[in-house]
Write a protein that binds this ligand. Structure first.
Ligand code: HEM
Length: 558
């Protein structure tokens, strides 16, 4: 338990108390005692406020001050950082667009881009906006844990990969997922279904080609959700049909996913002050308790359906089949399987749809970029042909476009989920004690002129073979661009996500010309939920690039 001399001030006023003896039990003594207790209370308050101010005066704020006072020493070299307010520290920075507030705060202090200390209530935190330090944190096994998240607990996600404590259970889940879901063979096996979903999106958009403005978010979310549903649950839906035609089940699922996003993305005060959990001031706990039985009914229903049928063989087995077949050998309870499956739906649906919407927004905003992609597609695929996934490796400009979209609009600007130090460790030469939360600000690195040339310009060319950043991978090897994280906790779905999004973007860009819905262009404002989304949903007009006969063929297939 961390304590310091400052915390023991309260004993001083005890000396004011009159001695208690049988003879002194007169009214005068009682009143003297009452007065002494009032002094005691005032003194305790002053001592508490004094201690809070003492802690707060430390760089990085109260949580860091408390730590160093308890150790009765000062760090050799302080990690720079804002003090914030007494007691709550810099919690205010985490509301709204936290990645922007943290970037602004780091830019204001010398050395804070490399590593900045801050206090989130009593929780010590560090954040980096520097590529070398980002790699150091992400690849350091000491940061393989996740901090407390009450909503994740409420939704049973502490039994899923993303929030499970670092240890044998988490390792077993990662092994199963890597070996049976996200391996190259499994990703390839789903190529035909990826193509079917892409055709469904084309068919859905074709209905509005050349006419009214379309909001693409709805169809992109449905496409991602249906795709992951097929990948994970083995359930198939038709994207070209609107939600009402797809039935009540899909509507309910979309609603549950939406509610889950909202809950997991919320800055919950109880995560910093666990004592508040009983009061649940933001109502997060109550909403989780309401959502959980609905999720359980849905997911356990699917598990029972799979148990009822013979397990299908072949590479295109879904993840439920795989988890059930490994249930005994890996010691997984039904509740564990449900948590893992549900998390896949969340992560898969949200981040892929968000990335596609940002990419299309940039394509609409930069007609020169769109013309370059179209030129490449026409040369490689041919204007009258449909895109085959096998063409993607020959489309370097399209791949560069997606890298640039991930650079400027990473779906997780702070990498969505934070890391927590399991043991004392050193980062950039500073001691970071066990229990400290660590964040990487990808958004800030993307906008740093010391890291990128012309960082605010949207230039896919920088990633082309003759571009300055041609060797930068998005998969975690280079600290400048880590939209999927890096190291032990990096995204296990990154290859699936990149393969899917690249293939779908190739089809959507080959099929249509994309223009803004209004003369006002595209509003690039952001809103940070579980992912960082466009605050104003993208509205576009699409017009067909290929002739109508091709569409008639697609319609028949869809
Ligand atoms: C564009 C799409 C995606 C992006 C940008 C993305 C990004 C991320 C990021 C930044 C992390 C945290 C990394 C860290 O803490 O260092 C993460 C973790 C994770 N992602 Fe993804 N992701 C995407 C798609 C997917 C998909 C399709 C799935 C599965 C269907 C998935 C499943 C997960 C899981 C399970 C974790 C937790 C890993 C762990 O804690 O061990 N992601 N993702």
């Amino acid at each position: 338990m961390e304590s310091s001399a400052a915390e023991n001030w309260w004993v001083l006023p005890l000396t004011f108390l009159p001695p208690i003896s049988g003879k002194n039990e007169s009214a005068a003594t009682l009143s003297a005692m009452a007065t002494s207790f009032i002094y005691l209370a005032i003194f305790a308050c002053v001592a508490w406020a004094g201690t809070a101010l003492l802690y707060w005066a430390h760089p990085g704020g109260p949580a860091w001050g408390k730590y160093w006072r308890a150790r009765r020493q000062s760090p050799r070299c302080q990690i720079p950082g804002p003090k914030g307010l007494p007691v709550v520290g810099s919690l205010g920075l985490m509301s709204g667009l936290a990645h922007c507030s943290l970037a602004a705060e780091a830019a204001r202090r010398p050395g804070a881009k490399r590593l900045m200390a801050l206090s989130l209530g009593p929780v010590r935190a560090v954040v980096t906006s520097h590529p070398d330090v980002a790699k150091e944190i992400l690849d350091n096994p000491a940061f393989a844990d996740r901090p407390l998240n009450h909503a994740a607990y409420g939704l049973m996600f502490h039994r899923s990969i993303g929030f499970a404590e670092h240890g044998p259970y988490w390792r077993a889940l990662r092994r199963v997922a890597a070996g049976h879901l996200f391996g190259p063979r499994q990703v390839d096996a789903f190529a035909p279904y990826r193509a079917r979903v892409a055709e469904g999106v084309v068919a859905a958009l074709r209905g509005s080609a050349g006419e009214a403005a379309v909001q693409v978010r709805g169809v992109l979310r449905r496409a991602s959700l249906y795709y992951i549903m097929r990948f994970v649950f083995g359930k198939e839906y038709d994207v070209s049909r609107g939600v009402p035609e797809s039935g009540k089940e899909v509507e309910e699922l979309l609603e549950m996913v939406h509610e889950g996003y909202d809950l997991l993305g919320k800055e919950n005060w109880c995560d910093y002050f666990p004592g508040l959990a009983a009061v649940d001031p933001q109502g997060v706990g109550a909403r989780c308790a309401e959502l959980m039985p609905r999720v359980n009914r849905f997911v356990h229903g699917i598990i029972q359906e799979h148990r009822g049928k013979a397990i299908a063989g072949g590479d295109a087995r879904d993840f439920v089949d795989i988890l059930l077949s490994l249930q005994e050998s890996e010691g997984l309870a039904d509740a564990d399987i449900a948590a893992v499956l549900w998390e896949m739906i969340f992560r898969g649906t949200d981040a892929m749809a968000v990335l596609m919407e940002w990419t299309l927004a940039r394509v609409v905003l930069h007609p020169d970029v769109q013309a370059n992609v179209h030129r490449e597609l026409d040369a490689v695929v041919g204007r009258s042909n449909t895109v085959e996934e096998s063409a993607v490796p020959s489309l370097p400009y399209l791949q560069a476009l997606l890298k640039e979209a991930l650079r400027m609009h990473p779906p997780g600007p702070l990498l969505s989920w934070r890391h927590r130090a399991i043991s004392d460790t050193y980062v950039d030469g500073h001691l970071v004690p066990a229990g400290t939360t660590a964040m990487v600000n990808q958004w800030a690195m993307s906008r740093d002129a010391d890291v990128w040339d012309a960082p605010l310009e949207f230039q896919p060319e920088r990633f082309l073979p003759d571009g300055k950043a041609h060797d930068v991978s998005v998969l975690g090897a280079d600290g400048r661009l880590v939209p999927f994280g890096s190291g032990r906790r990096s995204c296990p779905g990154k290859s699936l996500a990149m393969t899917t999004v690249t293939a779908w973007m190739a089809t959507l860009l080959h099929e249509f010309e994309w223009t803004p819905a209004s003369a006002g262009g595209v509003d690039l404002s952001e809103v940070l939920r579980l992912s960082c989304e466009m605050a104003v949903p993208l509205e576009v007009r699409v017009s067909a690039r290929r002739n109508v006969r091709d569409y008639a063929r697609l319609q028949l297939k869809a």
